[in-house]
Ligand binder design. Structure first.
Ligand code: F6R
Length: 261
């Protein structure tokens, strides 16, 4: 696991975007794993800029969101299908039909979850996956005590996650769905490169557990310690709990330039 501590979240976004552009340029049919929420928004802005100013084309890509709320209509502005379109995919040259999210409105949710797993596999697996982290240590919506080898399935959101996300529902907690379909930790661990972004002191404990804590379903993000290629990009506030912060800074400063993320 590589930990990069940066002064500004914008710098993290530029690094993540550059890694994604490398994948997009090097493969004929790249598969992008997209997170929603606040953390990846600057990455999507940077990618949109690469598209507009340098002609980076996403036309051959397919994309998969991590999760979706249950029973929220797909055209609701806070559905992750809508959010990913307005934050990112409407601004680049990817066809809507190539952007996938779990179907949280399906009558048969287990079947929808299985179909999502199958769609990711058929696309060839995710090449590069963006991740945020919840203040309770979730990735995707794998809340505490999620199985470390879980696959896409229905989960109940914690009250903390619902409170954290009420800002996307006009601060109306009652409007925040209670359930979601989320890629499992086992699903996420199959992506070839994971890039996790975190900013702000509210994420410091989750980041500390992710990087330095014991692997435990209590802090689901710790499952990432099993992955061979993880980049954790954090700002100073999110990094404030890291015991070995000086070592991570030293390693980053001395990293061979050819290595990339
Ligand atoms: C979003 C997702 C969540 C968020 C996490 C952090 O698709 O799966 O795990 O990444 O809740 O959200 P922000 O970035 O809004 O703090």
């Amino acid at each position: 696991m590589e930990i990069v501590i940066l002064r500004e979240h914008r710098e993290a976004a530029e690094l993540a975007a550059a890694a994604i552009v490398d994948v997009v340029r090097s493969k004929e049919h790249p598969v992008l794993g997209l997170a929603t929420g606040s953390s990846p928004v600057p990455v999507y802005r940077a990618l949109t800029r690469h598209h507009r100013e340098e002609g980076v084309s996403f036309a051959g890509c397919s994309a998969f969101t991590l999760d979706e709320y249950v029973a929220l209509p797909a055209d609701h502005p806070a559905s992750y299908r809508s959010v990913i379109r307005s934050d990112f995919t409407a601004h680049i040259d990817i066809d809507d039909s190539r952007v996938h999210a779990p179907d949280g409105t399906a009558e048969d949710l287990p079947a929808a979850a299985a179909a999502y797993e199958a769609a990711i596999e058929t696309a060839g697996g995710v090449d590069i996956q963006l991740l945020g982290i919840g203040s309770d240590g979730h990735v995707g919506f794998n809340e505490p005590t999620s199985s470390l080898c879980s696959r896409t399935r229905i989960k109940t959101l914690t009250e903390q996650t619902r409170r954290d996300n009420a800002r996307f529902f006009d601060d109306d907690l009652t409007a925040v769905p209670t359930h979601c379909l989320t890629q499992g930790l086992g699903t996420i661990l199959q992506a070839r490169h994971l890039i996790l972004l975190a900013q702000g002191g509210g994420k410091a404990e989750a980041v500390r557990q992710l990087v330095e804590g014991p692997v435990s379903a209590r802090w689901p993000a710790t499952a990432l310690q099993w992955h061979p290629h993880v980049s954790v990009l954090v700002d100073e506030d999110a990094a404030q709990g890291l015991e070995l912060a000086d070592y991570y800074r030293h390693a980053w400063e001395n990293k061979p330039t050819w290595q990339g993320l």
